[in-house]
Design a protein around this ligand. Structure first.
Ligand SMILES: [Zn+2]
Ligand SMILES: [Zn+2]
Length: 274
């Protein structure tokens, strides 16, 4: 499988001429890395996706935050250290983030099992999504369950990293397979929460929204959005792109994500004066 032609990737950004100079600068494809040709075990070699251009996204009439529904809720299942997750999510989406008190799994009646092969404790995703659906606050744009316990979607499955219902605006994601690794957890939250905005997997550039088939592919994925997906999120939320980069730079510096902080710094330098 070949990598996507650069002209196709650039066309996916759409016509940016009516946008502010800073946003036009931030969407300049020359500042981004084109998608690489996938290896045999990589996502795109196994899940051929057509890609979602900015115009496709707008035409799909995705769920958008409104003045009434503008908060992202994080619902921990069980007790664990969140690290920079709340601040990172706030900066990434430029929306208020509320972390709810941890749920006690027994009283929430969530089915669990011991994985038949590994013996590891696992929670049934359908029960968690049902529970979250019943808890969704009226000002929620979406609510994401997060846990360090492993998940399974169905008794016949070994495990799943997460599952979501876009229509119900709820999702659940497990950090069990990379516990204590703040950078990976932040990347998962950025990727999965972006799906809640109707942003699909990215095939155009190296991007936080690239699909991934295995851990080394997720690790290779950048934390930032490519111009196609940055434009989608900006259209949805309406933030100032430089202000967002400043906040992300600060969060990444504090969290010790040095490469990411440098990337944001470079973009601020490049477009902050336009
Ligand atoms: Zn995904
Ligand atoms: Zn992208």
């Amino acid at each position: 499988m070949k990598s996507i032609a650069l002209a196709v990737a650039i066309a996916a950004i759409g016509d940016t001429r009516a946008l502010s100079p800073a946003l036009q600068c931030a969407l300049n494809p020359a500042a981004f890395e084109p998608m690489r040709a996938p290896g045999p075990n990589d996502w795109l070699a196994n899940h051929p996706e057509a890609g979602q251009t900015f115009d496709d996204f707008v035409r799909a009439r995705p769920n958008r935050p409104t003045p009434r529904r503008h908060t992202i809720y994080l619902q921990p299942l069980g007790t664990f250290e969140l690290g920079p997750l709340k601040e990172f999510t706030e900066a990434f989406f430029m929306m208020p983030v509320v972390v709810r008190a941890p749920i006690d799994l027994a009283t929430a009646r969530i089915t669990s099992r011991k994985n038949p092969y590994s013996g590891q404790e696992q929670l049934l995703t359908a029960d968690i999504l049902n529970f979250l659906r019943g808890q969704l606050p009226s000002d929620a744009f979406c609510m994401l369950g997060i846990t360090t316990i492993d998940l399974y979607p169905d008794p016949s499955w070994n495990f799943v990293f997460g599952q979501a219902s876009l229509r119900d605006r709820v999702g659940v994601y497990s950090f069990a397979r990379y516990e204590g690794q703040a950078r990976r957890s932040c990347k998962v939250i950025a990727h999965e929460t972006s799906h809640m905005f109707g942003i699909e997997h990215c095939i155009f550039f190296r991007c936080a929204m690239n699909g991934s088939n295995h851990l080394s592919e997720s690790d290779a994925r950048p934390m930032h959005l490519c111009p196609v997906d940055l434009r989608k999120l900006q259209w949805s939320v309406g933030f100032d792109v430089i202000e967002r980069y400043r906040r992300l730079r600060t969060v990444c510096e504090r969290a010790g994500f040095a490469d990411e902080a440098r990337w944001y710094e470079r973009e601020i330098e490049r477009c902050g004066k336009s």
